[in-house]
Design a protein around this ligand. Structure first.
Ligand SMILES: Cc1ncc(C[n+]2csc(CCOP(=O)(O)OP(=O)(O)O)c2C)c(N)n1
Length: 332
């Protein structure tokens, strides 16, 4: 796998000031997302979850760090790889796992599944299965905020593969032209399904696409959750204060296949192992220890996460199966 040519320039290694108070809750969120996804992978292999299941394991620092830079009334629009984004935006593990299990108690009553999480209460506008198709939706939400003057910012997440799609270009064109308060976050995990980025993109720096639309850009590594928060906060402030959109590319890596049906044979074991050494969870934990967090406190946090996910699995398993779609159309 080729690494970006200009890594030294944009992918800087500046240390970000860290405190236990700021980092610990972000570590907890990342850990809960990982444990929830591990539990969902297990349930999927047992046939308890059907349909598609795309896991974000390895990429948790991006959605957690970015969402930490938001106000609760800001919007998030995500792809089918949306579990981490939904949890970071405040949805519970119970509601999410029940949704994956197709249960009535799920986030969208068990009718959407993994790719279609949604919560009006949390200003989470999906969960979208069409690659790049949600970028104009994010531009639309940002247009509404600007029109109403409500000061909200929209974060839109997508993979580098989506940056080759027409909807992506249309969304960026409108965001740049109308100066919309949106931050477009490319979670560059370097593969679109089994296709490495050098086989689908003529440029190695996705953030360059901002230049065609007169918008700001940024680009950095996604294994440091505090760096993600710090840099996305700059883009969020720009959007909130001046309605200037930003295209941000965060270089990251998924440790598992594209979805549960992908054994990931297009990558070498060595490559995967190399990226696992940069695991954002391991990095955050080591930094917490360096900062003086007590092992006993970290173990208590980890036990708490374990209990939260075990409770959510139990809730999902014992909940009633979703109703047919039709009654909802009639009733609501
Ligand atoms: C318009 C469209 N084309 C193709 C697909 C099939 N598909 C699903 S995910 C995917 C790869 C997208 O890769 P990327 O945007 O890099 O995101 P990642 O899955 O790596 O997070 C493709 C081609 C689709 N869902 N929608």
């Amino acid at each position: 796998m080729r690494m970006p040519k200009d890594a030294g320039d944009a992918l800087d290694d500046e240390p970000v000031p860290a405190t236990i108070e700021e980092l610990q809750p972000l570590y907890r969120q990342m850990l809960a997302i990982r444990r929830m996804e591990e539990a969902s992978a297990k349930a999927y292999s047992q046939g308890k979850i059907g349909g598609f299941l795309h896991l974000i394991i390895g990429q948790e620092a991006v959605c957690v760090g970015a969402t930490a830079a938001l106000r609760p009334d800001d919007y998030v629009v995500a792809t089918y790889r949306d579990h981490g984004h939904a949890y970071a935006k405040g949805m519970t593990a119970r509601s999410m796992l029940a949704e994956l299990y197709g249960k009535k108690t799920g986030l969208v009553k068990g009718l959407g599944g993994s790719m279609h999480f949604f919560s009006r209460e949390h200003n989470f506008l999906g969960g979208h299965g069409i690659v790049g198709g949600h970028v104009p939706i994010a531009a639309g939400a940002a247009f509404a905020s600007k029109y109403r003057g409500d000061g909200r910012v929209t974060l839109c997440f997508f993979g580098e593969g989506a940056s080759t799609i027409g909807g992506f270009a249309e969304g960026l064109a409108l965001a740049g032209l109308w100066k919309l308060p949106v931050v477009l976050i490319c979670e560059n995990n370097q593969y679109s399904m089994g296709t490495p980025m050098y086989r689908s993109l003529a440029v190695e720096d996705v953030s360059m696409r901002a230049l065609a639309h007169g918008m700001a850009r940024d680009r950095f590594d996604g294994d440091d959750v505090l760096k993600v928060k710090q840099r996305i906060a700059i883009a969020v402030e720009r959007a909130r204060e001046t309605n200037e959109p930003t295209l941000v590319e965060v270089v990251t890596y998924r440790f598992r296949g594209h979805s549960m049906s992908d054994p990931g044979l297009y990558r070498t074991k060595e490559e995967v192992e190399e990226w696992k050494r940069r695991d954002p969870l391991g990095r955050a934990r080591s930094l917490l220890v360096e900062l003086g967090a007590a092992e006993a406190d970290l173990h208590a946090l980890e036990d708490d996460v374990k209990a939260e996910i075990a409770d959510a699995v139990g809730f999902a398993e014992s909940s009633p199966v979703a109703d047919e779609y039709l009654p909802y159309v009639i009733k609501e």
